[in-house]
Ligand binder design. Structure first.
Ligand code: MTE
Ligand code: LUZ
Ligand code: MOS
Length: 749
């Protein structure tokens, strides 16, 4: 089944926030923001802006009726800065006018004066100055201090890894309008409708039941709208409530890039110890996370960095420490992988450094240390149903790693100004919100008298195809044509207290709740059919219900109307909670993940050693999707995630000035992979396995894990650079932009 949105997307018929027909009298709002990264505000002059024709008003912190606070985990983030500025782009107030254009003109007339304070953009510097969001966290397994003695090879180093702009095609936005009783309807481009509802209620000092948040779909979220869609919706709601008018906000790309947080940059120190036979005995790592100016989701992201610090490897002695460092940058936030990719990058870098020092290939070390059933992850979860070795085995045999190596070597011997490199990239990613409390979801199903069905869940469609999967679930249980089923928007009045659609768990959590609701309804309809047929067993198939001996049948529509006439309930609401999982933060041990997703990729690259540019020849993946319920959708996720990961490792460079101003603030200066930058060949195979029961229909979550195949891009390029310039001491500093590659190619030793 193809994605149910595909046709309308291609035809341009899908409705995004900015396509919602405007209600008569709609006003527009636009925030104005700090143009310094750290300062005291000494004055705000709004006079000229307020007098501009078409401007209705300008709101500041003092105009907020409730709390000036939108922090979700830690209350450390004001909606509008009142006295102190903590990052360049921090909102100070909101301009409301009859059009976006007039608000833009007004924004130029606002004068804010500041007393400048020192700016910190580097997490190590922040850590030195004790600028921390939370105290450091530490995961330990075994005894690292003792384990070094057993190691033949001990290698130390450090890595830097930059952030990443989400670049959802639809920028942040919201549209709010007042209803008759002082309640508000808010359309929002958010992954977290409940987070938006809660924040609006707090800022406006209203009960949550007065705020209805509706989400049709997003033009991409990638984590950038898990937490950071909230402030725009709150602004629109504040303006709507203040003026009692419909108010809309839709960010210009440059405002979006400047004002929102990104993937967290990290810098890390590592020490890795191996035995003679390449077993990793000990690994010590310290991660310094650049959280930005407030917590946002940083503390959870930090946690996932720790959870994934050993990627797909079993290491008996581990000490992983992570610092959540407060800097004067926009608050960094969720981004596909959620800190996991940064944790994995360091262990991969450590393995590569070790291999270079020992004089072997990194894949020899990788292969010797893959997790297997019965191993213990540093967080206490025992490895079950591991697919790391199987993915590796199938990937390296189907795609013949030995031949890849020979080809690369032969090519490099024969060519001077082009060099090839390759890397194998295993992935192991835990599925569940690491915060156990968040792993629940609900679904609401109505069957109407005519047999058509409408479904609501807490899942937000953002291009990942979750609605298609929801539709398949209903289709499979009721056995009716998909045209009879409609997936409704995500709405806080229909589904309450949602967790954001995130952690790749959207389909699992909401799908399981939907399955429960549909099964309950089918049970009721089954009883009606049993009475009608006077038979014990009935089957739902192809729009009909059959008695088990197939002697009798009745159409779905007839059965539904019969049930209706017998006053049988045709609506159901179900609540699903992930069983099994638990976690004890005080011990940093538990069983946080429902299951893990595994896979392995071989990436091959050719570097132009005169220019420093590169082209990925191929990426070949063996991915563990369990019993995929939709290979078309899942392969789209794998390709998209992979390319997003490669972009992060190669071309995409978030640049801030020393003063904390975003320099890469538009698509002219922030380079993302285009059609020429994607690998010439992407081949995806799936492991032939039975998926876990905790995955929806045993179809494993797929949203985030494939991004991490992209990590191999960095190391494949490094291998090619080393073939050209074998003796230079190279740093590990992602992304490996063509500029950096060129410098490394000609770096002196
Ligand atoms: N795919 C598309 N097309 N657009 C997106 O915004 N977000 C990713 C992933 N795939 C995203 C996407 C992220 S960050 C997550 S967590 C998952 O989708 C969320 O959806 P799921 O839980 O249904 O997999
Ligand atoms: N969001 C979150 C996430 O709140 N907790 C998580 O564990 C997570 N993981 C991935 C992406 N978003
Ligand atoms: Mo995804 S980073 O969990 O929104």
């Amino acid at each position: 089944m193809i994605n149910i949105d595909a046709q309308n997307h291609v035809k341009g018929k899908s409705i995004y926030l900015d396509d919602i027909p405007e209600v008569n009298g709609t006003l527009h709002c636009l925030p104005f923001y700090a143009e310094t990264a750290h300062a005291h505000i000494t004055g705000i002059d709004l006079q000229d802006a307020k007098q501009l024709p078409g401007i209705k008003t300008v709101l500041l912190a003092g105009d907020i009726p409730g709390e000036n606070q939108i922090g979700s985990i830690i209350p450390d983030e004001p909606l509008f800065a009142a006295h102190e500025i903590h990052y360049w782009g921090q909102p100070i107030g909101l301009i409301i006018g009859i059009s976006e254009q007039v608000c833009r003109r007004a924004r130029k007339l606002i004068k804010v004066s500041y007393d400048e304070l020192p700016v910190i953009t580097c997490p190590r510097e922040a850590q030195k100055q004790n600028q921390l969001i939370i105290p450091p966290r530490k995961f330990t397994l075994g005894n690292v201090a003792q384990a070094w003695e057993a190691c033949t090879h001990i290698i130390e180093g450090s890595t830097d890894i930059n952030g990443q702009e989400h670049l959802y095609i639809e920028t942040q936005g919201a549209y709010a309008w007042p209803k008759e009783d002082g309640s508000l309807y808010v359309a929002s481009s958010t992954q977290g409708p409940t987070a938006v509802q809660r924040a609006i209620a707090a800022v406006l000092n209203l009960p949550m039941h007065k705020i209805e948040v509706n989400v049709v779909r997003l033009g991409g979220g990638f984590g950038g709208k898990e937490d950071q869609a909230t402030m725009w919706a709150v602004m629109a709601a504040l303006a709507a409530r203040h003026l009692n008018k419909p108010v809309k906000i839709s960010l210009h790309r440059m405002d979006d890039m400047c004002m929102t947080g990104k993937r967290h940059p990290y810098t890390a120190d590592f020490k890795i110890g191996l035995t003679d036979n390449l077993k990793i005995m000990a690994y010590e790592v310290t991660h310094f996370q650049n959280a930005g100016a407030s917590a946002d989701l940083s503390t959870s992201v930090l946690e996932r960095t720790l959870f994934h610090s050993t990627n797909a490897y079993y290491i008996p002695n581990v000490e992983a420490t992570a610092w959540c460092c407060k800097t004067n940058l926009p608050p960094n936030t969720a981004f596909r992988g959620f800190g996991g990719p940064q944790g994995k990058f360091v262990i991969e870098a450590a393995i590569v450094k070790a291999a270079e020092k020992i004089g072997i290939s990194p894949d020899d070390i990788q292969k010797a240390n893959l997790v297997t059933d019965g191993n213990e992850f540093p967080y206490g979860q025992i490895v079950q149903d591991a697919r790391a070795k199987q993915s590796w085995q199938e990937c390296t045999s189907i795609y013949n790693l030995d031949r890849v190596k020979q080809e690369v070597e032969a090519f490099n011997l024969a060519n001077k100004s082009y060099k090839k490199g390759y890397a194998v990239q295993p992935v192991c990613f835990g599925i569940s919100f690491t915060n156990t409390m968040m792993n629940h979801a609900r679904a609401l199903v109505h069957i109407y008298q005519d047999g058509s069905v409408v479904v609501s869940t807490g899942a937000v469609e953002m291009g990942q195809g979750v609605n298609t999967k929801m539709l398949q679930i209903v289709h499979d249980i009721f056995g009716i044509n998909t045209e009879k089923i409609r997936i409704e928007s995500t709405n806080t009045l229909r589904i309450a207290n949602t967790s954001p659609t995130a952690a790749s768990a959207g389909a699992d959590l909401n799908g399981k709740a939907l399955e429960m609701a549909c099964n309950t309804l089918r049970k009721r309809l089954t009883e009606v059919a049993q009475r009608h047929f006077d038979a014990n067993e009935v089957a739902f198939r192809d729009g009909n219900i059959f008695s088990s001996d197939k002697s009798q049948q009745i159409s779905w529509e007839k059965l539904v109307i019969m049930a209706f006439q017998q006053r049988v309930a045709l609506s159901e609401h179900a609540h699903y909670v992930t069983p099994v999982i638990h976690y004890d933060k005080s011990k940093e041990k538990g069983h946080p993940f429902a299951y893990h997703v595994y896979g392995a990729a071989i990436l091959q690259v050719t570097v132009d050693c005169l220019k420093g540019t590169y082209q990925f020849d191929s990426v070949r993946i063996v991915h563990d999707s369990g019993n995929s319920m939709n290979l078309t959708v899942d392969n789209g996720q794998i390709e998209g995630g992979l390319v997003q990961g490669i972009g992060w490792m190669t071309l995409e460079e978030v640049v801030y000035s020393k003063q904390g101003k975003l320099i890469s603030n538009a698509l002219s200066t922030y380079k993302v992979p285009d059609i020429y930058a994607v690998p010439k060949e992407i081949d995806i195979r799936h492991l032939d396995t039975i998926g876990p029961d905790l995955a929806i229909k045993k179809s494993k979550a797929v949203g985030e894990p494939p991004l991490m195949y992209g990590l191999g891009a960095y190391f494949a390029i490094r291998k090619a650079v080393k073939a050209f310039n074998p003796y230079a001491e190279l740093t590990i500093d992602a992304p490996y932009t063509p500029e950096k590659v060129l410098m490394d190619l000609y770096k002196k030793h």
